[in-house]
Ligand binder design. Structure first.
Ligand SMILES: [Zn+2]
Ligand SMILES: [Zn+2]
Length: 213
């Protein structure tokens, strides 16, 4: 294996001791039609790839999609995948070419994990519609674990204003609710209809009635 060009090397990995201990996670088990369940599993701490970071999870929300996965209504794309795509945590190890965050930074891990960056949807800023997109907790293990790996380009810096548990639901229900609210383009004093009141609606309703900055 050839060495990486010097300019792609990140700062020295602070400690590899995190990989010395086992990681505990909740993985989808059972089969379609069986009783839905998640099973506690012990696994090696995942290693971040070239432009990925390893995050020590401090909070992870539960989305209805996680339950669809556990119930096999949404077929897991990997056996024993670990759900969880509203994860907040601390960067503990950076991949060799990951420079966007420092060790110790607090980041969020959301549903959208990767897009191609080249298709029509990606080039129009609608990467959520990318046909080659991949997803946290579906294509790759998510945040129902002590550690999760995320591509740095798809991690979110979490502002200090939010606690871990407050920030977690923003990473799925907040993102889709905010997008829907913007696309609704409600005029000042206008009326907003919310149909199906779930996790995103409770965030969207707070945004809709909050004083505008
Ligand atoms: Zn979700
Ligand atoms: Zn794309």
């Amino acid at each position: 294996m050839s060495a990486l060009p010097e300019q792609t090397l990140g700062r020295p990995t602070p400690s590899l001791s995190v990989f010395d201990e086992a990681d505990h996670a909740w993985a989808v088990s059972g089969t379609p039609g069986s009783i839905a369940r998640l099973s506690r599993v012990e696994r090696p701490v995942p290693h971040p790839g070239l432009r990925e970071v390893l995050v020590r999870v401090t909070a992870c929300g539960v989305c209805r999609t996680d339950l669809h996965l556990a119930e096999h209504e949404l077929a897991p794309r990997r056996p024993s995948v670990v759900p969880g795509h509203e994860a907040v945590g601390e960067v503990v190890v950076r991949g060799p070419a990951a420079h966007r965050f420092d060790v110790g930074d607090r980041v969020g891990v959301a549903w959208l994990r990767h897009t191609c960056g080249a298709c029509t949807a990606c080039r129009r800023g609608r990467e959520n519609l990318c046909p080659r997109s991949t997803y946290t907790g579906w294509d790759a293990d998510g945040g129902f674990a002590e550690h999760v790996v995320v591509p740095e380009a798809f991690a979110y810096r979490i502002p200090d204003a939010f606690g871990d548990a407050e920030a977690a639901p923003l990473l799925c229900s907040g993102i889709i609710g905010y997008r829907a609210l913007r696309r609704a383009a409600v005029p000042p004093g206008g009326r907003l209809g919310i149909y199906g009141f779930g996790a995103s609606a409770h965030v969207t309703a707070q945004l809709a009635v909050a004083p505008k900055p």
